[in-house]
Structures are given as C-alpha cells and as structure tokens.
Design a protein around this ligand. Structure first.
Ligand code: ZN
Ligand code: ZN
Length: 206
C-alpha cells in the first residue's frame, strides 16, 4: 500500500471522529457521523473523490452524515457489519433534532468483503463486538481505526442494546496482541498506540 494520508474531522454534537484516508489510488470515508458539509468541503479542498463509506459500527453518531455525502456522490457504497444493519432507521438509534433518523443506505454492503475491494487501499477488518454486535476495527497497515471499541484510556460503553462486556473484553484482548507501535485513531477523542493502551488502559489486559 502506498503511503496513506489521513484527516480526522470531529463531527456532530458527540464529536465522533470521521476519518478520511487516501493515497494516489483513492479515498475512503470512515464514520461520517454528522456535518456532511464539513466533510465534503475537505474533499473538495483536496480534490478527493471517495470510493466508499466504511462504518466501524451503526450508531447514530457515526452515520448521520451519510445522506449528505451520498447526495453529492450518488451510488457511493456504504460498508458495515451486517450485525449492525438493523440500526438503520431504528427508533432507538436517533436523537432528533441533532440526530434525525438515518434510513438504510441504498447500497449497503458487508464490510467483511471490503478489505480487498479497493486496490492500493487494502485494509484488515477485525471483528470486535462488545460496544455493538457489529463493531469492527479497520487496520490500514500500522494505523488502526478502532471505532467505539478502544479509546485512549478507556473503552466503549457496553450498556446499549446489543452491547456485551464479555465480548468487549475478548475484543480488547485481541487488539492487545497487535504490534505495540500500532497507531490507534478511536471513534472519539485523542489518538494513541496499542503499546500505550496495553501499558496504561485498565480495560486492556494482555
Ligand atoms: Zn457507538
Ligand atoms: Zn460513537
């Protein structure tokens, strides 16, 4: 994979990290949680055309920008884990007026099939249930996009519908086995590394 650039754009009331990753071979948008106009402005500024939207999970604060982006790029595929697909349009997964309901995108595909769909932008999909049943982490080389599974110093809540602390512990144990130098950009808050989290995060026992 060619050198990957990335931009973190905090979006929405809950400041979810939307992450745009790109290189000469293309561009992907991860977790466009809200503020589609800000994300689109960034793409325009860098003359980037996205190939797809990828979701770490289906929560309202990670999907709210999807309709605005698809309006600009019709037919853009959205990849998510099928276990989180029922969250689209679900009455529990919306908080109007800040987060109006988001229906199922017209082109919703299984993120487990996306790893090699974009030549030059290969990534690994790590299934990490716990925060939601369909939570995944996306690993682009030494960059891990951890969604709401792993945060700097903490981990995602497991008390939402479909959450499981037992599954979260197993998922975090899997992440703890990654190389310590792996850079982590979580779904909210500051970036960190696997080594830092294994050393200091009370939820992350190796
Ligand atoms: Zn979440
Ligand atoms: Zn979130």
């Amino acid at each position: 994979m060619k050198m990957l650039s990335r931009q973190i754009i905090p979006v929405g009331t809950y400041a979810a990290n939307c992450i745009v990753v790109w290189n000469d071979d293309g561009c992907l948008i991860v977790d466009p949680g809200q503020d589609a106009a800000d994300i689109l402005a960034f793409l325009t500024e860098r003359a980037l055309t996205p190939k797809a939207i990828l979701l770490t999970h289906g929560h309202f604060d990670h999907i709210g920008g999807i309709p605005g982006i698809i309006a600009k790029f019709p037919g853009l595929p959205v990849y998510a884990h099928p276990s989180d697909a029922p969250m689209f349009g679900h009455p529990m997964n919306q908080y109007p007026p800040d987060y109006p309901p988001i229906g199922k995108p017209p082109s919703l595909l299984d993120i487990r099939d996306a790893a090699n769909e974009f030549p030059g932008l290969e990534f690994e999909v790590l299934e990490t249930p716990g925060h939601t049943p369909g939570s995944v982490c996306l690993k682009f080389g030494s960059l891990l996009l951890s969604g709401d599974t792993l945060f700097a110093g903490s981990c995602g809540r497991t008390d939402f519908p479909g959450g499981s602390m037992a599954a979260m512990r197993r998922s975090l144990a899997t992440l703890a086995e990654l190389p310590p130098e792996t850079e982590v950009v979580p779904g909210h808050g500051a970036s960190t590394t696997i080594g830092q989290e294994v050393a200091t995060n009370p939820f992350m026992e190796k």
